[in-house]
Ligand binder design. Structure first.
Ligand code: SAM
Length: 266
């Protein structure tokens, strides 16, 4: 996969040299390029922003500079533009980024991240590339406001990159994770020593009884999700729950809805 990140603070992205993403770059699994937006400015001051039409506080990033940058990283005009390119515009006013977005973006040929600053990027940029046939995603990483799109891009790049085949050493570790196909949070995990700070690990984990361990983990995942993320319990597909799941959920105050769809509070 090729990933391009355009920012006025390219150094902010230097952490992409580290850890799994850094290794994936070294191993050639990820062709990741960071660009300085100011390289596409034409004036002496390397200006990327201007005052907002209609007035108001702050500055808005200019569409012409962004257009030059995005055209070049997409290979537009050179005949090399990849059909599978996605333009990602991080913005607090976007759809909230989830594991489903990460899964779908993991098979893209090219991802281009446009990191906004100030009051954001002129809205015509997303509109223009959408009408030019590029898949554009305006995505938020949560209901809060950051100073720029760099951190949001890092979050999304890491979430997507770990799903690329060959990235994570043991792909089984991706199967039971929070927000996976089961629609639950992950159960609590423990390692050595078995006793620490007067806390013991649950005995079942030492039993070697795989079926019991699996059931315990499933129960923990259901209990944890019910306590922390009732919205995820509501969204569970009842058809994917066994008798034991339903009994536990009933004890936790959740029953299948009358319409046979999701779960509701008893
Ligand atoms: N005026 C904008 C608004 O109210 O929607 C906020 C602009 S914010 C100060 C500057 C930049 O930070 C945005 O253009 C975006 O790139 C990034 N940003 C801030 N919060 C974000 C979030 N929750 N998710 C994704 N990007 C975010």
């Amino acid at each position: 996969m090729r990933v391009d990140v355009v920012s006025i603070f390219p150094d902010y992205l230097s952490v992409l040299d580290l850890s799994l993403v850094g290794k994936a770059r070294q191993r050639g699994l990820l062709d990741l390029r960071v660009h300085d937006l100011r390289d596409w400015t034409t004036d002496r001051h390397r200006t990327v922003d201007d005052t907002p039409f209609g007035g108001g506080a702050g500055m808005v990033m200019r569409p012409d500079v962004w257009g030059q940058a995005i055209d070049e990283v997409l290979g537009a005009g050179t005949g090399t533009r990849s059909e599978g390119a996605h333009l990602i515009v991080p913005t607090p006013s976007g759809e909230v980024f989830t594991q489903r977005h990460a899964e779908s973006l993991a098979s893209a040929e090219q991802l281009v991240f446009a990191c906004g600053r100030y009051e954001g990027i002129d809205a015509r940029v997303a509109e223009h590339y959408r009408s030019a046939g590029v898949t554009v995603h305006e995505l938020s990483i949560g209901d809060y406001v950051l100073n720029g799109g760099e951190v949001a891009s890092l979050v999304m790049i890491e979430a997507v990159a770990r799903l690329i085949p060959g990235m994570v050493g043991n792909p089984d570790s991706l199967v039971e994770e929070s927000h996976g196909a089961a629609g639950l949070l992950e159960y609590p995990v423990y390692t050595k020593p078995p006793s620490w700070a007067d806390l013991e690990i649950p005995e079942v984990l030492l039993s070697g009884h795989h079926a019991k361990i699996e059931r315990w983990r499933r129960d923990q995942a259901l209990e944890r999700t019910a306590a922390r993320r009732p919205d995820m319990i509501e969204a569970l597909d009842v058809a994917g729950l066994d008798k034991h799941d339903l009994k536990l959920l009933a004890e936790l105050g959740w029953v299948p809805g009358a319409d046979g769809g999701g779960l509701t509070r008893a």
